[in-house]
Design a protein. Sequence first.
Lengths: 267, 279
Amino acid sequence: MSTWHMDDGLAVRYADGELNPTLAASVEAHLLACDRCRSLLTPRVPDARLDRVWAEVADAVDTPVPGPFERLLRAIGVHDHTARLMAAAYSLRLPWITASAAALLFAALASGETTRWGLLVYLTLAPILPVAGVAVAFGRDGDPAHEIGLAAPYSMFRLMLMRSAAVLTSSSALALVVGLGLLGGSWIAAAWLLPSLALTSLTLALSSRFDPRHCGAVVAMTWLFVVVSVNFREPSLAMFGGVGQVGYLAVAFASFALLFFRRREFS
Amino acid sequence: MIEAVGLVKTYGRDRVLDGLTFTAGRGVTGLLGPNGAGKTTLIRMLATVLAPDEGELRLLGRDPAGDRLEIRRRLGYLPQEPGYQRGLTVFEFVDYVAILKEMVQRRARHDEVRRVIEEVGLTSVSGKRIRTLSGGMRRRVGIAQALLGDPELILLDEPTVGLDPEQRLRFRELISHIGQGRAVVLSTHQTEDVSALCNRVVVLKAGRCAFEGTPEEVRALAEGRVWFSAEKSGVLSWRTGDGLFRNIGSAPEGARPAEPTVEDGYLLLLGDRTAGVTA
């Protein structure tokens, strides 16, 4: 047991936060074991400082722990509040991303590197995943707090765009990694990018009038129908050639234009 | 706080609001009406989520068509089905809504979140996930988010549906507390809620305002029109626990008068429609 104790002067300086960190740490170690010094110190701590320290402790305890995607967004410079809103989308959480990665992996494995049917399966599936992700990222069914959000001042159009961009980016990154990893450096591994942009933007544009989940389902089914119809007799990658890519770009532009004109419908 | 003149809202052929006119000020105003009377449509309109097809609406002295953002900054809204993100804790969910309400400074936002959670008595479960809470506690979470930013106008759509009697009692305490000094509009089809909480009531019937006044005035509509008798009679009638019929309407032979309630006045206001609803 130490025979050393704080005097009045030291207690006041500690209470006012004026001690250097080394001395403050020594005092704190002593305070843990000494009733007498705690009694001396307690009335000398200003209430305002005590409240401030308490508020800091409470805030540290209450502050939500960000998930991996939210941490990633913060790491690339997104404001913490914006990252929180974006990361709340179901399709930006780990289970969805894992499921998407698994689906892509199986599709790429099924492609068998060279068979046209296999490649076609991969190129057909890759654009559908972001469509599905966007469809469940916002709207009445996709966002449980959607109705509350509609009556809040934050722009729902902005939130929808941010989440969609994040979903599109994460899905595309996955598809690129899987495609390049299993199909090699061929251009075909990225031939789904513009179809993906076209289908996603079309889903968003239609969502200004209809439920996003229904829009996503209709767009995905239509895409599948078109792919199967075109390739019914003989599998071909013509849909992903130059002319096709220009067509997808045109669809994307038209959809974004429609989306811009109907942006108020989201709020 | 709220001035509505001739509000009309149509979905296809269904005219949900049909020229509704009413006003509401400070205190708790009850929107009372049967299912399908247009209560939720009206509440969503007051929350600026829906726009009227026709009519004039002013909220907090402003036109929601032009000043929607400014109104949203000053109102709190608890929808009928709030849709909680159940994987979030109470603190996380209220914090999420606080961000939607443009509270971007983290420390100030967290202080406000703690304040509203304390106001609804949920501090002890602040760190619990919403999916682990009872229905009554979830409603409190809904109220907490509606209180963020100390709004001047609070809209609550059917907040007591599905709550057991004790939870409803606690909820009434909470609503009467938050109704002090601000305007609260409470949509309900429970006359007990109106009797217990509201200083003003608007009765909706088929999209129109059937009555506007105090709960006492609704009750007074049934003065001299509620009777106990051995025989069934009146517009509405049901057998009570002591074997007598409680009748609303004209007095049957040998009847003795009964003390009317707000529910009696409300049922009389609904008229023929109640026969289909309660028979």
